[in-house]
Design a protein. Structure first.
Length: 453
């Protein structure tokens, strides 16, 4: 197929290096990623995707698939190959009676939440509203509803996808169930998802949430208390501990802005009075800033947006943590105090609850581990690359004696096969077998790649 034929066949847009807008079109969220694909194809429907795959295959070039473009490793773009950009595919159909939704892969969590909240419904979705639902779902999905309703994949009912040979396949509990098992955590390894169907739950419109901020010199005391009570939190309460620098935002008192803090951000999906009761042991610690109260779920979903703008330079490392022991707390605090950039953060996500009580019918392998660490290096200037990357690596290494050393795939950078294997643990062999069935040539390899067995 010639480029002219591609342009006339594709309903969406074809953008090559000589086109205006190419430089915008090749960018992804992580500003460290500077790749030059031979074309970005903004597909609008399944036929466009099949045409794009054929075009790439005929040229023998690789394909990078992009949903929201937030992947920290930059898998939503590539050098020389074809980017299949799905950001135009944003249809969403909510069935409020059945509490189900069908959603196309170009939606962000902001788009998705707006549509489902019109009916007082939601499912576990991202903590930053500009993140794409597609890549997020395919890696598991940790959000404010995770302890109550499980990972996003635990709410994934079915998918439609285009496989490497251009076939359209459906996967659900009754059709190709093994494929659904693999898609639930196995990333974009098996094909391009054109439609996700999710289970929805009653949420909001108001939840009880926000964040408590404490000075970092109280971090050990705060974390020890948190560690002693977190296992008793009800499922309706999901918390995230973050070491961060207080932003210059109007809701932070001026003297505190720019100082290092530890924050406990949270969401309680239930009545405000019960929420206040449930979080009272945290409030009794007397935070210097208390921003916790009734808040629209839609607002809570955007609480962290400003901290992670498009184009920021990012390097992350991740691991799971079985317990917040005294040694783990001391080590975390010591590394957090050395954080180089005021935009960096160190996150402790609390899982457990519904995550630990179900297999979710997918390949997510770490359900019995209650905490996920994410060392979030983020900064602006290329001159600061080395110091920030070193901080992230040192902090991750420092936590090795206490952590599992295995990554959560959604926070994983380009670290190679061993970390991908570790992410899936004993499920890797089964995934490799599934990959052999659906993508034996490893055509979809710009991802956390599972090699065909
Ligand atoms: C600011 C920020 C906040 C985040 N917050 C959270 C969080 O709260 N919880 C959490 O669990 N994770 C979070 N993440 C991680 C996030 O889940 C992953 O980065 C995820 O890959 C993003 O999905 P995307 O569609 O935006 O990314 P993309 O870069 O577009 O895609 C990511 C991967 O998925 C593949 N892919 C995308 N669409 C499809 C498709 N339709 N079919 C097949 N494969 C596809 C891509 O090829 C790529 O390998 C966050 C990331 C960022 C940058």
């Amino acid at each position: 197929m010639e480029e002219s034929q591609l342009r006339s066949t594709l309903k969406g847009e074809v953008i090559v290096s000589s086109d205006r807008g190419y430089d915008e079109a090749r960018k992804v969220w992580n500003g460290m990623i500077d790749r030059h694909p031979s074309a970005v194809l903004r597909c609008t429907n399944t036929n466009d995707i099949i045409t794009a795959l054929r075009f790439a295959r005929e040229r023998g070039v690789s394909v990078a698939v992009r949903g929201g473009g937030h992947n920290v490793a930059g898998f939503g773009t590539c050098d020389d190959g074809i980017v299949i950009d799905l950001s135009r595919m944003k249809r969403i159909e909510v069935d409020p009676k059945a509490k189900l939704v069908r959603a196309q892969p170009g939606l962000t969590w902001g788009d998705f939440d707006r549509a489902t909240q019109e009916h007082g419904l939601a499912t576990t979705g991202g903590l930053v509203s500009t993140t794409g639902i597609a890549g997020f779902t395919l890696g598991g999905g940790i959000g404010w509803l995770v302890r109550q309703h499980g990972l996003t994949i635990d709410n994934l009912v079915s998918v439609e996808m285009v496989t490497a040979d251009g076939s359209v396949v459906r996967a659900s509990d009754t059709e190709n169930p093994e494929l659904l098992w693999g898609v639930k955590g196995g990333g974009g390894n098996f094909g391009i998802i054109t439609s996700f169907e999710y289970r929805l739950h009653a949420v909001g419109p108001l939840v009880y949430g926000g964040a408590f901020f404490f000075p970092v010199d109280r971090a050990e005391e705060v974390l020890r208390t948190y560690s002693s009570i977190a296992h008793g939190f009800p499922d309706e309460l999901t918390t995230l501990v973050a070491f961060l620098t207080a932003p210059p935002a109007p809701f932070i008192p001026q003297p505190i802005q720019g100082t290092k803090m530890i924050a406990i951000a949270l969401c309680y999906n239930g009545p405000a009075e019960t929420g206040a009761e449930v979080v009272s042991p945290l409030r009794m610690l007397k935070p210097s800033v208390d921003l916790v109260g009734p808040i629209p779920y839609l607002e809570l979903q955007k609480m962290f947006d400003a901290g992670s703008p498009f184009g920021i330079r990012a390097y992350w490392k991740t691991s799971y943590l079985k317990e917040l022991s005294d040694g783990a707390i001391r080590t975390l605090v010591s590394h957090a105090s050395k954080m180089v950039s005021p935009l960096s953060q160190l996150h402790i996500h609390h899982l457990g609850g519904a995550v630990s009580r179900t297999s979710g019918g997918g390949c997510f392998a770490h359900r019995d581990t209650p905490f996920v660490l994410n060392f979030v290096g983020e900064w602006v200037s290329p001159a600061e690359d080395a110091s920030n990357i070193t901080w992230v690596r040192d902090a991750w290494e420092g936590m090795k004696p206490y952590s599992t050393g295995t990554p959560y795939v959604n926070f994983l950078g380009s670290e190679g096969g061993d970390q991908v294997r570790a992410a899936y643990g004993e499920n890797y062999a089964r995934l490799a077998e599934l990959k052999r069935k659906y993508d034996p040539e490893n055509f979809f390899k710009i991802n956390q790649n599972i090699k065909p067995s």
